[in-house]
Design a protein around this ligand. Sequence first.
Ligand SMILES: NC(=O)c1ccc[n+]([C@@H]2O[C@H](COP(=O)([O-])OP(=O)(O)OC[C@H]3O[C@@H](n4cnc5c(N)ncnc54)[C@H](OP(=O)(O)O)[C@@H]3O)[C@@H](O)[C@H]2O)c1
Length: 261
Amino acid sequence: MARRDLKDGRALVTGASSGIGQAMATELARGGVDLVLVARRADRLEQVVSQLACYGRAVLPVVGDITTPAVRQRALDVARDQLGGLDLLVNNAGISAHGRFVDATADRLRQIMEVNFFAAAELMREALPLLQQGRQPMVVNVGSILGHRGLPFTTDYCASKFALHGFSEAVRPELKRLGIDMLVVAPATTRTELNDRLIEKTDERPWKEPRGVSADHVARAAVRAIRRGQREIVPSWSGWWLVALNRWFPSIVDRIADRYG
Ligand SMILES: NC(=O)c1ccc[n+]([C@@H]2O[C@H](COP(=O)([O-])OP(=O)(O)OC[C@H]3O[C@@H](n4cnc5c(N)ncnc54)[C@H](OP(=O)(O)O)[C@@H]3O)[C@@H](O)[C@H]2O)c1
C-alpha cells in the first residue's frame, strides 16, 4: 500500500474527550486532518475543540453515547454533510472495570462489551458506505495487549478486547476487497483517565501497575502506522514483551497469572 497522505483527510475519532482519543485527534489535526470528535462529556469535548483551533482544521464535536445508534448516525451525518466524507474511522472509546469475575455484576460485562466491542463494530458497519468513497480509507481499532493475553481482575475488559482483535483480523481481508485498510493499535498501560473512571471496582489489582507510556506516545505511533498502512502495532516495549513472551512461552505467563488469580 502506498504511503498514506493525511493532508486534507477527514477523520472520525470516538472517545476524543481525553486520553488516547484526544491525543490522536491532536496528532491528526497537526497532520492536516479535519475531524469529527465523539464523546459524552460536552465540556471536555469543547476544551479539545478549543485546543485544536490553532491547527486551522475543522473540528466538529458530537456529544453523545457511542452505544446509541442515533449518536453514531449523527456523527456520520456530520462527516458527510460538513466534511464532505470520511477517510479514517478511529474506534477508540473504551471503558474498564477491576475485580474478580465472581464478584462482578452481569451489567458490567454487558456495558463493557457494548462500548468496547459492539459500538465499534456497528459504527464500522454504518461507516462503510462513506469510507468506500473516501481517499485511501482506513479503520483504526484501538484494542489492547489484553486483546492478546487475558489477565485476571479484568475479565470483561479482556473479553471485549479479544472480541475486537478477532473481529478486526477476520474483517480485514473483507475490507481490503472494498479498498479499506484496517489497523489495530494494541497499547499496554498508558497514562490516561481509564483506570480513574472504572465503571465498577470490587477489588484492587494485586500487582503494581506499571507507570506506562503517555497518550501522546501512543498517538504518535498510531498516526505513523496509519501513514505507513500497517496492520497492527503494539506501541510500547513492555507491551511488546508481554505479547512476545505469551506467544513463545505462554506457560510462563500462565504461571505468573495463576499466582494472582
Ligand atoms: N489507558 C490504558 O492503559 C489503555 C491500554 C490499552 C488500551 N487502552 C484503550 O485506549 C482507548 C482509550 O482509552 P484511554 O486510556 O484514553 O482512557 P480515557 O482517557 O478514559 O478515554 C476514554 C474515552 O472514551 C470515551 N467514552 C467512554 N465511553 C463512551 C461512550 N459510551 N460513548 C462515547 N464515548 C465514550 C470517554 O469520553 P466520555 O467519558 O466523555 O464519553 C473518553 O474520551 C480505550 O479503548 C482503551 O481500552 C487504554
